[in-house]
Ligand binder design. Sequence first.
Ligand SMILES: Nc1nc2c(ncn2[C@@H]2O[C@H](COP(=O)(O)OP(=O)(O)OP(=O)(O)O)[C@@H](O)[C@H]2O)c(=O)[nH]1
Ligand SMILES: [Mg+2]
Length: 223
Amino acid sequence: MTKRVPVVEKILSANDRVAEENRAVLDRHNIFSLNFMASPGAGKTSLIERTIQGLKAHVDPLRLAVIDGDIATSFDADRAAAAGAAAVQVNTGGECHLDAIMVRNALPQFDLSSVDLLIVENVGNLVCPASFSLGTHRSVLIASIPEGDDKPYKYPGMYRGVDVLVINKIDLLPYVPFRMDFFQQGVEILNQGLLTFPLSCRTGEGIQPWLEWIISQVGEHRR
Ligand SMILES: Nc1nc2c(ncn2[C@@H]2O[C@H](COP(=O)(O)OP(=O)(O)OP(=O)(O)O)[C@@H](O)[C@H]2O)c(=O)[nH]1
Ligand SMILES: [Mg+2]
């Protein structure tokens, strides 16, 4: 009789072990961390730029590090560095997601004793990143208006698993058909009471509550 080997389960549990190690490294250095997930072009890097700029202006400026995951190029890490963060680009060479080992390999490239907040920008994809824990403290899904209001229904795994939802590009609401009620009902079915920040990285509307949430989370994590 043929034996069946549950390879996928083994890969995921190996990933989870490394994710736990990453979490321990981050906690030892008192670093709060976020995993940004979204479809391509939803505005992950734009939100990182806005967050870096916004946190610079804070009375007790937070020191930011960014790990940028993309299949190719260092465009996004270059943008994060230009905005003022320490940034490392990870090229997955075709993989549709980051995994915990990629994050583990990137961490030593920072001076972790000088970091308060780590943002990991995952590869643009609404499926694969949801299956791979990285060791970050919170996962943030960035939806955007031009993607359409049906995405929670079509990508339930992603919407079910996240801690925070950002709805970006609200400046486009007057121009793009998007039923906010229909979208939010879909989210509510999958992830009841999900903390949600509607905002626009373009105009800056809604950015302030998002920054305040991050500052409060970093403070709580330190305590
Ligand atoms: N109108 C509008 N455009 C935006 C907003 N935020 C981002 N964009 C635009 O959306 C495009 C994609 O933004 P990025 O921040 O590069 O998106 P991303 O999710 O990092 O993309 P990938 O890393 O390629 O998956 C750019 O042209 C941005 O200028 C917004 O709030 N409103
Ligand atoms: Mg990007």
